[in-house]
Design a protein around this ligand. Structure first.
Ligand SMILES: [Zn+2]
Length: 153
């Protein structure tokens, strides 16, 4: 499995890894060319035509559709409190369930523009530190967005 400075992704193949020389962090899902349908996560076969589904970037930006803040029993070493919710991806229209930036809880609201970030956060199922994708307010500046310590200005 590819790692960044020895830190593996929480799950391989669901988001792009740093360095982000060819664009911002993006979620990786699937695309069925026959149906022009996107999926996240990527299924083996298209749910409509049962044809093969190609790997595709499905989104880097979106808006918060709904969210909640969890204040007890954070799993997998996540910070407490943390937030999960649904984000509507701008690029593909998919509505996905995802982690939201635990450092931006007070900024979260329905309709908030967000962008994908990737950082070392929490632990994987084996208890090791891992890279985790989450959505953060799109207007936030100066926050790290890669596991390599790259700083966005
Ligand atoms: Zn299809």
């Amino acid at each position: 499995m590819k790692t960044v400075n020895g830190i593996p992704p929480v799950m391989p193949g669901i988001f792009t890894l740093p360095p982000y020389d060819d664009g911002p962090p993006a979620l990786l899902g699937g695309f069925c060319p026959a149906c022009s349908a996107y999926y996240f996560p990527r299924p083996k076969y298209c749910r409509t035509c049962l044809g093969p589904v190609e790997e595709a970037r499905v989104g880097s930006e979106g808006t918060v559709y709904s969210f909640t803040v969890v204040r007890k029993k954070a799993p997998l070493g996540l910070p407490l409190p943390y937030s999960v919710g649904y984000v509507d991806l701008k690029e593909t229209g998919l509505r996905i369930f995802c982690l939201l930036d635990p450092a931006a809880l007070e900024k979260l609201c329905i309709g908030l523009p967000v962008r994908l970030a990737v950082n070392t956060m929490g632990r994987d199922i084996n208890g090791s530190p891992c890279l985790r994708p989450y959505f953060t307010p799109a207007s936030a500046k100066g926050e790290r967005h890669s596991g390599k310590g790259k700083v966005e200005v």
